[in-house]
Ligand binder design. Structure first.
Ligand code: HEM
Length: 448
């Protein structure tokens, strides 16, 4: 980056395309400006995008006190409260992240396999045969239910039913156009129950009262034998022996729902889109699933064996990353990959563009899961979950769930594409999903 001023970038009108068609916008910027460009949005500090793997490496390995991810993430935090690890930085972030990490270790995932499979089975059983339907909302239903059960640990009882209904309303508001506007603090005006922020405030109040009552109930009744993330957080202690305050646990629970369900659902929708448009890959993946299951019900013992399904997932996340970039706000001037950046700007490593560099990924636009069978990419060239001290906490959880849900779909139902449909990326909450909810047709039971 041979400059002292910020790199050139698109004007305001061209920047609107980032909302309308983000992947097209990023491709156009890369063609015109190369590895570095600046995106300016009024009222927000400039975003310096980079697709240079050397810069990605320096950002991941850089000083977390100088590169603030929490500050860059804060606009996402409208309803979530500001005490969650997503919005913290430096020592405070590390202290809290340490308490969350054990709940998301790979080996803990086996205890969630049944909940993940059951959520998938219930959705699949509701799909019509021979008639077009949108599959992305179905993926959202699966990931939402999985988080309610495995992260919140709520059952189908009265408070569980109420929590589901309120959370669905809150996240529908968050994913709507109005909800996107609420990321701007100036739009957060409570003008009564019919104003968007007023609705959000009332919904969160109701959700909070259910959550706080549940925290108290579980503490009283004991946490023994519970595998959900909430119970682990209730039992967790900081190094000085102190428990997490209730309002911190509350913020983390909202954050895990926010960060975990739209992202995984959108990624699964893209995987289905790639399978439908690559029938050979679909058949090979289905053959792998049948050869591993051999008429048994899918359980945790099968998940590690789904190597080709995992390669399909990775190749989809390479080409269709639902979070196309992430950010770190500079707290002091820094030299990154040879270029000087001033304090106050946000450097935005661009996952989407790094994943399409031809010198890293030969024939970059070709969908070829074999790439992931042949070699293991470096964390600076394949980064769908970000990286460094801020790498996605739910990466193992999401991958585990996607393997289960995709395998279950392949083993249970034949899906066909809808004539003339071409997917375009469209914003859904914090993620980009295929347009129109990805219409598909189920034609009947899958056959081996
Ligand atoms: C396919 C699904 C998912 C994708 C593509 C994804 C992607 C990401 C990305 C790009 C980041 C930012 C990383 C960075 O700044 O370096 C992130 C952070 C995070 N993700 Fe995910 N995510 C997914 C699923 C999940 C799930 C299932 C959960 C939890 C249930 C989760 C929880 C989090 C949290 C808590 C953070 C913040 C970590 C921190 O700042 O320390 N994510 N994710």
């Amino acid at each position: 980056m041979p400059h002292s001023a910020l790199p050139a970038g698109p004007g305001l009108i061209a920047t609107f395309d980032f909302v309308r068609n983000p992947f097209r916008f990023l491709d156009a910027c890369a063609r015109r400006y190369g590895d570095w460009f600046t995106v300016r949005v009024p009222g927000v500090s400039p975003f310096v995008f980079t697709s240079d793997p050397a810069a990605v490496r320096e950002v991941f390995l850089g000083d977390p006190d100088a590169l603030h991810a929490g500050e860059a993430n804060r606009p996402l935090g409208a309803f979530m409260g500001e005490r969650s690890s997503l919005f913290l930085d430096g020592a405070e972030h590390l202290r809290q992240r340490r308490l969350l990490l054990p709940a998301f270790h790979g080996e803990r995932m086996a205890s969630h396999a049944d909940a993940m499979r059951t959520a998938a089975d219930n959705a699949i059983a509701s799909w019509p045969t021979g008639r077009q339907f949108a599959i992305h909302p179905q993926m959202r239903a699966i990931t939402f239910e999985t988080i309610i059960r495995t992260v919140f640990g709520f059952a189908d009882d009265e408070s569980g039913t109420e929590l589901r209904a309120l959370m669905k309303k809150l996240f529908a508001l968050y994913s709507s156009r109005l909800g996107t506007l609420l990321s701007l603090p100036a739009m957060r005006i409570d003008a009564g129950p019919w104003s968007p922020w007023g609705r959000a405030v009332r919904l969160t109040r109701q959700i909070d009262s259910i959550l706080y009552a549940e925290f108290a109930r579980r503490r009283k009744e004991g946490l023994e034998g519970r595998a959900d993330v909430l119970s682990m957080l209730l039992a967790a202690r900081y190094e000085d022996g102190q428990p997490l305050p209730d309002n911190v646990i509350r913020d983390e629970m909202y954050t895990l729902m926010l960060a975990g369900h739209e992202t995984t659902a959108a990624t699964m929708a893209w995987i289905i889109n790639r399978l439908l448009t690559n029938p050979d890959v679909m058949e090979r993946a289905r053959a792998e699933v049948f050869s591993i299951l051999r008429d048994q019900q899918l359980d945790s013992s099968h998940v590690g064996k789904l190597k080709y399904v995992e390669a399909v997932i990775n190749e989809t996340m390479r080409l269709d990353p639902v979070i196309p970039n992430f950010g770190r706000t500079l707290k002091r001037p820094l030299k990154i990959a040879g270029g000087d950046l001033p304090a106050g700007v946000t450097i935005a490593p661009c996952i989407y563009l790094v994943h399409r560099r031809p010198e890293l990924w030969p024939n970059p636009n070709q969908f070829n899961p074999n790439r992931f069978l042949e070699s293991r990419p470096s964390p600076y060239t394949f980064l769908p979950f970000g990286g460094g001290a801020r790498r996605c906490l739910g990466a193992a959880f999401a991958t585990y769930q996607m393997k289960i849900v995709i395998a279950e779909i392949l083993s249970r139902v034949e899906l066909k594409p809808v004539d003339g449909y071409v997917a375009r990326a469209t914003r859904r909450g914090i993620a980009f999903a295929p347009s129109e909810g990805l219409p598909v047709i189920a034609t009947g039971a899958a056959v081996s």
